[in-house]
Design a protein. Structure first.
Lengths: 206, 206
């Protein structure tokens, strides 16, 4: 209740680990935590809505935004561009929200450099077999799956850069763990407004 | 599930903040978290049992233990001695338990020096008025209450040394926050056994 708002939580995970579902659930559960909406040049999947799931923009617009340094981080993944708008994140922080960013390991590193107080969380698949299964379920073609799986090992090697590691073995358990990380981070002494505490306790300065 | 066990959680709070109740509840909720039983020369209160609430020992035995360096930390508080046995804490850690220590701000500092990986949590009373009320309820005499209240400000000035600060305004909320800190700490990358993760994921070393 005393924490200065505006913590950035970065979630990374090999694709197919279920991080999007996890992020959606956690944002519904914690109302003062908002997910940033990324910009992408990837065409929308069925059911995806512009301004809700992503800001869908064309490559020219994306390149312009890169040139104008409007991204906190951006990446080209499997031929598509994804980026996190600085302005959007700052807007959420100023409004007093904590911000959830769902980005890859390289992006996470950039964010940590710009916001050293941000919290990096890595989500692990319960096993490689499970990850494979989940990707097949998602109707990805086998070439894409192969590419994704080969990237998993590379991503997992980056886990040392993260503050927390959790395993999405059981979705409900993972949601609980993730919300605990968020609540615990808000209680960190470094994030607490001590003046507010003194006022609350009516402690006079000596 | 991958963390190397044996985290020491130190809880400090001005007396009357409800930390003992809080610690008891949390240890019941989290079975692999054990509260260390302190040694004291204070006479037992009604309902207190030797070996459960404290190890009640006489001053001579306590002095001997100090001489033999058998305490992780010890303090004289209002004329009575309290101490945390090194051997007892080590026994719990070796058995694979996380250990909860309910000690004062000076003791917390000593423990952090010996175990830098320990987690220090400061519990705040919701207000000074509330603290006063709780102490009166406990039937303390007004001289003791006066002494305790004058110590509160001194203790609160130490909160910067703590990793987390929480307010025991609502007991249920405080229990939830405390358990979140414990669960989140177990997910910290620095406490995770990476070899176990690799084995779990069946990742071969290149």
């Amino acid at each position: 209740m005393f924490y200065k708002r505006g913590i950035i939580f970065v979630i990374s995970a090999p694709s197919g680990t279920g991080k999007t579902t996890l992020c959606e659930i956690i944002c519904k559960q914690i109302p003062d935590l908002k997910m940033n909406i990324s910009h992408t040049t990837r065409p929308p999947r069925p059911n995806e809505i512009d301004g809700i799931n992503y800001y869908f923009i064309d490559r020219q617009k994306f390149q312009e935004m890169i040139k104008k340094n409007q991204f906190l981080e951006w990446a080209e993944v499997y031929g598509n561009f994804y980026g996190t708008s600085r302005k959007n994140v700052e807007k959420l922080l100023i409004k007093g929200y904590d911000v959830l960013l769902e980005i890859d390991t390289k992006g996470a590193k950039s964010v940590k450099q710009i916001y050293p107080e941000s919290v990096l969380i890595f989500i692990m698949p319960p096993s490689i077999e499970d990850l494979e299964k989940r990707l097949y379920k998602r109707d990805e073609d086998s070439e894409t799956i192969k590419k994704r799986l080969s990237k998993v090992q590379e991503e997992i090697s980056q886990m040392e850069n993260y503050d927390y590691i959790l395993v999405n073995d059981d979705l409900q358990e993972a949601v609980k763990q993730l919300s605990c990380i968020i609540f615990a981070e808000r209680l960190k002494t470094s994030r607490i407004d001590k003046e507010q505490i003194k006022k609350f306790l009516k402690i006079e300065e000596g």
